[in-house]
Design a protein around this ligand. Structure first.
Ligand code: COS
Length: 402
């Protein structure tokens, strides 16, 4: 019998190694997060208000420009460095960690398909944190099925006129600039007829229709956006007409890493909180951390979090190398890290017992925050679909796989 095709990734073993600079960066961000971000987390969650003060804090410490080149005022950290920043902020507060995440996500379509002129125009203001961006792809009827986007962009002389509605747009109401995806050729459909545009939010016809009330990441505004004949110059188009689907997909292939990093941070925060609580809490005359039942839960939480972290770093190295198989790695990292965050936060609530269920302690918030990592930037089912398609392709098996 012929030996079966190995399903192991065949991409060359991209080495990754944490450096002293990575350790120093982690220590710096952890201290900032422990001292300045963690104490604000409960209030941000309760009031569901965007933390402008913490946006400013991150900007002052050059933590919003980590994904931008130095010529644009960024700090040009490698993928693992960017992951560490998100991880350490998320360990303290998931809402605040979305600020560096969306700073990169909103800019990624420009990084991938923008002209030099577009990069020079927007990146300095994004790298400094003066401006906030958002990535506007999703619509009420187009979530997992990106190709069913209905928003229109009609060419009119030297301009495009955008009309339609976007939904579930993270930071949509606080952004200064959006990367928006709309149909330039409705006949051709979403896969071939979609194009990407840069839209400044002070353009006439743009408005925020409403904000969502959410289970978690409550300080991060999730907006419905209305485009009522919003006129943008053709110079704001990203790449060529019809490139939109591929630009959006390539963006998500890379940005999913940031969600994996956020999930690792949430899982670490929950594990640390549970360990500290278990060492204090006494029942039956003993600290509960002395019970094997609790130790085994902590061991699972810690080791699974570490596995998710190392997979995320391995994926970071693939993205830095522009590995042709990078989508396999980023989807795998997001899948494993998101599920780990959900499991670790649920176990943390269990270790806290009744105290875990009330807002006096942070773990119930962490559990609510963790849930979104299994949903946004592609549900866990979409990650499995992306992974399976590549797995099958490697084995030479043809399948539509939907
Ligand atoms: N990068 C570049 N091109 C890609 C691509 C990628 N990751 N994925 C697909 N394409 C290309 C294909 O090669 C194909 O091009 P050709 O027609 O030239 O061959 C085209 O795009 C259409 O691809 P396909 O038919 O596979 O697209 P599907 O509609 O089946 O979509 C999934 C594929 C499901 C993977 C995609 O819709 C997806 O990722 N959905 C989840 C979206 C998401 O994360 N939403 C969350 C909201 S954003 S915060």
């Amino acid at each position: 019998m012929a030996s079966p095709t190995s399903t192991q990734s065949q991409s060359s073993a991209t080495a990754y190694r944490l450096s002293r600079e990575h350790d120093e960066l982690r220590a710096l961000v952890r201290q900032l997060a422990d001292e300045r971000i963690a104490p604000r987390a409960a209030e941000i969650d309760a009031k569901a208000e965007f933390p402008w003060d913490l946006k400013q804090l991150l900007a002052e410490h050059d933590l919003l420009g980590t994904g931008f080149e130095e010529r644009h005022g960024g700090t040009a950290l490698d993928g693992i460095g960017q992951a560490i920043v998100v991880e350490e902020v998320a360990r303290a507060d998931a809402t605040t960690s979305l600020i560096p995440v969306i700073q990169k996500l909103g800019a990624l379509p420009i990084m991938l398909a923008g002209s030099e002129e577009q990069k020079d125009r927007y990146f300095p203001r994004l790298a400094s944190g003066e401006w906030l961006p958002a990535f506007a792809l999703t619509e009420a009827g187009a979530g997992s099925d990106v190709a069913s986007v209905r928003m229109r962009a009609r060419r009119d002389g030297e301009d495009y006129v955008l009309s339609g509605t976007k939904r579930f747009i993270t930071h949509g109401s606080v952004a200064n600039v959006l990367t928006v995806f709309a149909l330039t050729d409705p006949e051709a459909g979403g896969r071939k007829g979609m194009s990407g545009f840069i839209v400044e939010t002070d353009t006439s016809g743009f408005s925020v229709a409403r904000l969502e009330h959410k289970m978690g990441i409550r300080g991060s505004p999730t907006a419905e956006l209305t485009f009522d004949d919003v006129r943008v110059p053709a110079a704001n188009r990203l790449g060529e007409e019809g490139d939109g689907f591929k630009i959006a997909m390539s963006t998500l292939d890379r940005s999913r890493l940031a969600i994996a990093s956020q999930a690792v941070g949430i899982a670490q925060g929950a594990t640390d909180a549970a360990l500290a609580y278990a060492a204090e809490r006494r029942q039956f005359g003993e600290r509960i951390v002395d019970f094997q039942a609790i130790q085994f839960m902590l061991a699972d939480m810690a080791s699974q979090t570490e596995a998710a972290r190392q997979l995320t770093y391995a994926a970071c190295a693939r993205v830095d190398d522009d590995d042709p198989n990078l989508a396999y790695w980023t989807s795998a990292a997001k899948l494993i890290a998101g599920d780990t965050a959900m499991r670790a936060t649920t176990d943390a609530v269990q270790i806290f017992g009744g105290y875990g269920y009330i807002t006096e302690y942070p773990v119930e918030r962490m559990m609510r925050d963790a849930k979104i990592t299994q949903l946004y930037e592609g549900t866990q089912q979409i990650q499995r679909l992306v992974i399976a398609r590549r797995l099958l392709a490697r084995a030479g098996i043809e399948s539509r796989g939907r």
